[in-house]
Ligand binder design. Structure first.
Ligand SMILES: Nc1ncnc2c1ncn2[C@@H]1O[C@H](COP(=O)(O)OP(=O)(O)OP(=O)(O)O)[C@@H](O)[C@H]1O
Ligand SMILES: [Mg+2]
Length: 469
């Protein structure tokens, strides 16, 4: 039998070992708790009204993901878009069938990241960055967050170089600079998408990122088959989140398109970003904000919508040291052709120019229906030479004079000789209209556009007609 002293020592040794083991466990638990601070294991769904969900009993940061598991193994991934008191406000990324009061809400601790790389060129992706073109998975290693990286405004390169977009009226009269952000404003069915399609095919850019946000699903297929020929496809990526996608996914489509454009810009590429449409992005943002209880302020739009627009648009533009650029066109729907629509108003204020399409021209079959009088490109003055600038001013003056006297001229009430400027506008008008029109399947380069403009007013210069374009 063991002496009492030895027995006591053995018991003390075991107790010390057990103590050490427990303090090890406790340290591990403490370390784990430290790392998962703010993310309780799971909470419960307490409210689902419209498109928004509310959960209590768990914590997660804004922008992070939670899984809600409902009836019959149904699960939906949600994102935290706000909080109120002790509740999390969530928006789903998919259909909400099977959700019920008390469904488990599990914070995943993840934030959304898309895979990017050269392999996405030529592909059609959804708002989650997943391919929807049936051409297999995208195998890229780099991950991209949707959160914008702010660029110091002083380190952005200025707009100094013109960009050839292949459309005569824009190249000639509203010359676009690399790194400029423009809006394409028009009512429905006036030709916004067609004009974007033309620019997708004809623009001289290294990479083209097209965001089809909140438009009809049918149009995605049409856009891809009509405007992405094999040449355009090699350098283009399409992000499509049609109208039937949840509002969060629609806004993510616009953010993802911007993040992808930034990714290529940071590699030194000249990127063309085309977004159809900024209005649908604003409407998706409105659905989210109203869903979580933000009050509407202007025509049903909550204030946060007008804060998100500049955040999105400011992502485009020239980069800093990379030498890359993002030139962006955002379509803006002017509801019932009302130019003072709040989204149109807010967009006009944050963009570097607006190209307005006229229903009158479209109804007369004059495409692209660019209304030169009301359109403006704020960079044109600094990227065109004096002669080109003078030609633009001349065109604009005659266009305005004709517009002011159109009624008199068409009813035959204008007497020739009354005003030599009106006489000149009447004489030049048919040629000016021809200059504005262009077949959607044919590109007109920047040089050809300027030459065609000069031939309008300087008859001795080489005349450029559609046959030798
Ligand atoms: N350049 C063009 N050449 C010939 N037809 C055109 C042109 N642009 C537009 N159209 C005609 O106008 C129709 C509507 O054009 P589009 O879909 O581009 O308009 P939209 O402004 O994008 O409309 P929505 O607001 O409904 O999206 C086209 O289906 C086509 O018939
Ligand atoms: Mg359209």
């Amino acid at each position: 039998m063991m002496p009492a002293g030895d027995r006591l020592a053995e018991l003390e040794g075991r107790a010390a070992q057990r103590g050490a083991r427990w303090s090890g466990h406790l340290r591990e638990v403490a370390r784990h708790a430290e790392h998962s601070r703010g993310a309780a294991v799971h909470g419960v769904l307490t409210r689902l009204v419209g498109t928004a969900l509310e959960a209590t009993g768990c914590q997660a940061a804004v922008g992070s993901r939670c899984i809600v598991s409902g009836d019959c193994n149904s699960r939906v991934e949600t994102e935290v878009v706000g909080f109120s008191g002790g509740s999390l406000l969530l928006m789903p990324t998919g259909p909400m069938h099977g959700m019920m009061p008390g469904s488990r809400v599990i914070p995943s601790g993840r934030v959304f990241e898309a895979h990017v790389g050269e392999e996405i060129l030529g592909r059609v992706l959804d708002g989650a960055g997943q391919p929807i073109d049936g051409a297999g998975p995208v195998n890229c290693d780099e991950r991209l967050s949707l959160v914008p990286r702010t660029i110091n405004p002083l380190s952005r390169a200025p707009i100094t170089e013109p960009l050839d977009v292949g459309v005569r009226s824009i190249n000639g009269l509203l010359t676009v600079g690399r790194g400029q952000r423009l809006g394409l404003f028009a009512g429905s069915g006036v030709g916004k998408s067609m004009l974007l399609g033309m620019m997708t095919r004809f623009t001289n850019a290294d990479v083209i990122v097209v965001g089809l946000i909140g438009e009809r699903g049918r149009e995605v297929q049409e856009f891809v088959s009509e405007f992405l020929d094999s040449e355009a496809r090699r350098r283009a990526v399409v992000i499509a989140t049609p109208a039937d996608y949840p509002p969060l996914v629609r806004t993510h489509g616009a953010l993802l398109a911007s993040s992808i454009a930034e990714y290529f810009r940071d590699q030194g590429c000249h990127v063309l970003l085309l977004m159809d449409s900024l209005t649908r992005f604003a409407q998706a943002q409105r659905e989210i904000a109203l869903g979580i209880g933000e009050p509407p302020v202007t025509k049903g739009y909550p204030a946060s919508v007008f804060a998100k627009l500049p955040q999105l648009v400011e992502r485009a533009g020239n980069g800093g040291t990379s030498g890359g650029s993002i030139t962006a066109f955002y379509t803006v729907l002017t509801e019932s052709d009302d130019p003072n629509d709040p989204v149109a108003d807010a967009s006009r204020a944050v963009l570097d120019g607006h190209i307005v399409l006229s229903r009158e021209l479209a109804e007369a079959g004059l495409y692209p229906a660019v209304d030169i009088e009301t359109s403006i490109s704020r960079a044109t003055g600094s990227i065109t030479d004096a002669r080109h600038g003078a030609l633009i001013r001349k065109f604009r003056q005659l266009n305005a004079i004709y517009g002011q006297n159109r009624d008199l001229i068409t009813v035959g009430a204008y007497a020739r000789g009354a005003d030599p400027r009106v006489d000149e506008a009447i004489d030049r008008w048919p040629e000016m209209l021809r200059f504005l029109q262009q077949d959607a399947s044919r590109a007109v380069s920047l040089a050809q556009s300027v030459m065609a403009l000069s031939s309008l007013f300087e008859p001795e210069s080489e005349v450029l007609n559609d046959d030798n374009e």
